[in-house]
Design a protein around this ligand. Structure first.
Ligand code: ADP
Ligand code: AMP
Length: 206
């Protein structure tokens, strides 16, 4: 099963992707995670990516497309994959169409005014990547799954998030229509609780 998770920053793509990858035994491929691990390792890609990510801008298409193309060639993607955060531009979607055929595009829909709070309150496990929100952490500072330290992403500050939401509206939201026209779009209400969103998605994916 080849699935794209579409949605604004903070819509819950990463949260759902972790759960869906476990359920369907397919790899969760997050371009944001790939960039962050390159930034940590200070690779040439990481150095380029950081200059864009820090400003809330998209990493250039050529760099991003190449990374995904190579990742999807790996053996573990033979039976499917979950793309989280890619494609984010029409050019990326067109490139993807040339090297893979996606089955379903799940668009997680959350009202824009709720996203700022979701993202600025996000804490992620530095070890396994699980996402949490301060509203539900009750002051806890360690990951429930692996006891890793919970951290705030450098780009999850109000100023950068504002820019990321603008970029989403301008460059990524047009993908909804792109996939609707192809008959691949499945809209899910992302404003319910995490389990309700998960159940709605798995009902569609089977
Ligand atoms: P994305 O990967 O789309 O940027 P995340 O999955 O990291 O988004 O979620 C962003 C924030 O919102 C996190 O703090 C997460 O815990 C929280 N969150 C995710 N799904 C829900 C939901 N259905 N209801 C409330 N909060 C959610
Ligand atoms: P995310 O982890 O999905 O929130 O992505 C974090 C940041 O990584 C984004 O704000 C972009 O700067 C960059 N990024 C992630 N995916 C892409 C993509 N498909 N195209 C361009 N930039 C991306």
């Amino acid at each position: 099963m080849k699935v794209i998770l579409l949605g604004a920053p903070g819509a819950g793509k990463g949260t759902q992707a972790v759960r869906l990858a476990e359920r369907y035994k397919i790899p969760h491929i997050s371009t944001g995670d790939i960039f962050r691990s390159n930034i940590k390792e200070k690779t040439p890609i990481g150095i380029v990516a950081k200059s864009y990510i820090d400003k809330g801008q998209l990493v250039p298409d050529e760099v991003t497309i190449q990374i995904v193309r190579e990742r999807l060639e790996k053996d573990d993607c033979k039976n499917g994959y979950l793309l989280d955060g890619f494609p984010r531009t029409v050019s990326q979607a067109e490139a993807l169409d040339e090297f893979s055929t996606v089955d379903v595009v799940v668009n997680i829909d959350v009202p824009l005014h709720k996203l700022m709070r979701r993202i600025t309150g996000r804490r992620v496990c530095g070890k396994c990547g699980e996402s949490y929100h301060i509203d539900y952490l009750g002051g806890k500072t360690a990951c429930e799954k692996c006891d890793g330290e919970l951290i705030q992403r450098a780009d999850d500050n109000e100023e950068t998030v504002g820019k990321r939401l603008e970029v989403y509206e301008k460059q990524t939201a047009p993908l909804i229509e792109h996939y609707e026209k192809k008959g691949k779009l499945f809209n899910v209400d992302g404003d319910g609780d995490i389990n309700a969103v998960f159940n709605a998605i798995t009902e569609r994916l089977g």
